[in-house]
Design a protein around this ligand. Structure first.
Ligand code: GUN
Length: 292
């Protein structure tokens, strides 16, 4: 078993991005500027957004964090999105999800200028991805592809089973893995809550990706010997032995599954750092696509 270490791979990417920023400075070019909107105080969202801002600082990107209270009216949020669309100093921005129930997430996503949508959530970017037109690929799926590619995991002709069909992970990832490109060319099975005989389907996977947000859902009996297992789950679970009083737990029961695998990504330190690295890559790309 080999660990798919997202921390190490993401550090490699951040170093490449830092070098690109340095070069841009030498050439007198603009430094990428990422903005993030965070609504409310959800623990997970606060952690992720802070990590995104910290990554910007580390690489040398500029960053702006805009915070609103849980009760912010939808029209105020939409007006901010519009202002960021028009702000020439901002190259890309994200609105951290989930949003409070009184705000229509779809309306917010549609309001973002696709050229600044570094999360790749806008239908224009999802469509571009489908047709292999340059644009932004959602950060988590892009991060998983990058993690596999940089660790020499071959996808060509492999059976890939994805558990979870969310709009931001499972569904876009199924398209990336199935496309006629390298990495890609997998035979993809996208499973979900109505899938029958899930364990049996998973046992057929050369590459098994769990993205449902249910701690420890994938057990050893669901995994083929020698499979590659990628864990996208990040659920906070109370743990009084930890300084913060909680720990992050993945969708895979790591201890029992790991010995059966050829590669496995841990939680934390697997897909999470890769999502952030991909967002940074997309932010640099936002400038390049503009020809800046
Ligand atoms: N919530 C969970 N993952 C993400 C992400 O990649 N981007 C945003 N904006 N919100 C998220």
């Amino acid at each position: 078993m080999q660990l798919l270490d997202g921390k190490v791979t993401a550090l490699e990417i951040r170093q490449e991005l830092a070098a690109a920023v340095k070069q841009r400075k030498i050439e007198g070019k603009k430094i990428p500027h990422l903005a993030a909107i965070l609504v409310g105080n959800d623990g997970g969202s606060v952690t992720y957004v802070n990590a995104k801002v910290k990554a910007c600082e580390e690489i040398g990107f500029e960053s702006t964090l805009i915070r609103y209270d849980d009760s912010v009216p939808e029209d105020i949020l939409l007006a901010k999105v519009q202002a960021l669309n028009e702000d020439k100093s901002i190259d890309g921005f994200i609105v951290q999800l989930p949003l409070p129930e009184h705000i229509d997430e779809q309306k917010v996503t549609l309001a973002i200028d696709p050229k600044k949508d570094v999360d790749g959530f806008h239908p224009m970017n999802l469509g571009n991805m489908l047709l292999d037109i340059p644009g932004f690929i959602c950060a988590t799926p892009a991060g998983i592809m990058e993690l596999m590619e940089r660790n020499n995991i071959k996808t060509e002709g492999k059976n890939c089973v994805i558990i979870g069909r969310s709009n931001i992970v499972g569904t876009p990832l199924s398209l990336l893995l199935g496309r006629n490109k390298s990495p890609g060319n997998c035979t993809v099975t996208l499973t979900h809550s109505r899938t029958q005989n899930l364990a049996e389907i998973c046992r057929n996977a050369d590459i098994l990706i769990a993205a449902i947000g249910q701690p420890g859902f994938v057990t050893a009996d669901m995994v083929k010997d020698g499979a590659v297992v990628i864990d996208v789950g990040t659920t906070r679970v109370d743990d009084s032995s930890k300084p913060k009083g909680w720990k992050l737990v993945g969708d895979v029961n790591f201890d029992e599954v790991a010995p059966k695998t050829s590669f496995i990504s841990p939680v934390p330190g697997g897909v999470g750092p890769m999502t952030i690295a991909s967002l940074m890559m997309n932010t640099l790309k936002a400038m390049e696509l503009k020809g800046k």
